[in-house]
Design a protein around this ligand. Structure first.
Ligand code: MG
Length: 347
């Protein structure tokens, strides 16, 4: 079994601004695992605030060995060993996890969603994200997002209300609101949430700074809209600490380390009565199709990377009625773009 690492940079079609930074590229590492004529692909997306980068990913991945691997039956054991091999490095761990699931599906001739026992009829609508921008630009982007039935709006800038009025004048689609910790206190957040509910908002992601859990719990108790943890929540062992403060969680494979951990989170979150948003970083179709495979177990999805990046090495998933179609192809259902084939096969 052989693991290869391919550094890459996903270029966004437009610079993307949220409450605390702006960027136009996101570093990623693609991982290729080859075994007996089959190849699995994985991806680590590493936006700078996650504190992973090409060097940390390469260093972590150079220590990953599969000497014991005999076939798909060993995937869960290997992922347990990968998890224990070093602390942190969750995006790099997700790359290995995704590649092993893709490989498992290809060896067994099954799509990953079927290996996970997911029901394609339960795929939720996925949102399309609009970053912070001038109100007329946001309005135009909202008009261009015709294939999506839900918009996700990033707030926490200086023109929040103007942006929402501009979007609301263009469409009456439901809105996911993501403040990215950008509101100063719970009273301001409550005022905004009440105002946003009148304008189509259906959930509020991370209204307050990530450690302000008691204030978030107070907001939740006001019971205006579901309050969802993103920056406050990373992995399964965060749930006991943060669960009381939110109505739901945003699971991202790059935060938690991949499909294996995400499944455990989903089971535990349901026991705690938490709603689940299947989220994503800036990711190619590789990470997004892995998220889509888990999305039938979730209430909402925010899996829009392939439509936001201009150099996705894989074909975009197909979208039907605002939902990602789960592919019947084995593994994650990925097809390389023709211009990326050489890049991936010489790596
Ligand atoms: Mg978020």
């Amino acid at each position: 079994m052989k693991l290869s690492v391919l550094p890459f940079s996903l270029r966004l079609k437009r610079p993307f601004q949220i409450a605390n930074y702006i960027r136009s590229e996101t570093p990623v590492v693609f991982v290729k695992i080859q075994h007996e004529g089959f190849t699995g692909f994985g991806e680590a997306s590493m936006p700078p605030y996650l504190k992973e980068n090409l060097q940390t990913a390469q260093s972590f991945l150079s220590g990953v060995h599969f000497d014991d691997f005999r076939g798909p039956v060993d995937v869960n054991k290997i992922l347990g060993d990968v998890e224990k091999s070093a602390p942190g490095n969750y995006a790099a761990k997700a790359a290995v996890d995704l590649a092993l699931y893709d490989l498992w599906g290809k060896i067994s001739g099954q799509p990953v969603w079927r290996l996970l026992d997911a029901d394609p009829a339960r795929v939720p609508l996925t949102s399309f994200t609009l970053g912070i921008d001038e109100p007329d630009v946001v309005r135009q982007k909202a008009l261009e997002a015709g294939a999506f039935k839900i918009l996700k709006i990033k707030l926490g800038g200086s023109k929040d209300k103007e942006m929402i009025e501009a979007v609301h004048s263009a469409t009456d689609k439901p809105l996911f609101i993501d403040a990215n910790q950008g509101w100063a206190d719970e009273e301001q957040a409550l005022d905004m949430i009440c105002w946003l509910k009148e304008r189509g908002a259906v959930l509020i992601e991370q209204p307050l700074p990530k450690d302000r859990l008691d204030d978030s719990a107070w907001l939740k108790e006001q019971n205006i809209l579901p309050i969802i943890a993103d920056e406050s929540f990373q992995r399964l062992n965060d749930l006991p600490r943060i669960g009381y403060a939110f109505d739901g969680i945003n699971i991202k494979l790059m935060k938690c380390g991949g499909i294996h951990e995400a499944r455990r989170i989903i089971i535990q979150a349901r026991k705690l009565n938490l709603s689940i948003l299947m989220g994503s970083m800036t990711e190619s179709s590789c990470g997004i199709m892995a998220g889509a495979a888990l999305s039938p177990f979730c209430d909402w999805a925010d899996l829009d990377g392939p439509w936001l990046v201009g150099n996705n090495p894989f074909m975009a998933p197909s979208l039907s009625g605002g939902k990602i179609t789960l592919s019947e192809l084995p593994g994650l259902g990925l097809t390389l773009q023709s211009e990326s084939t050489d890049l991936f096969w010489t790596a």
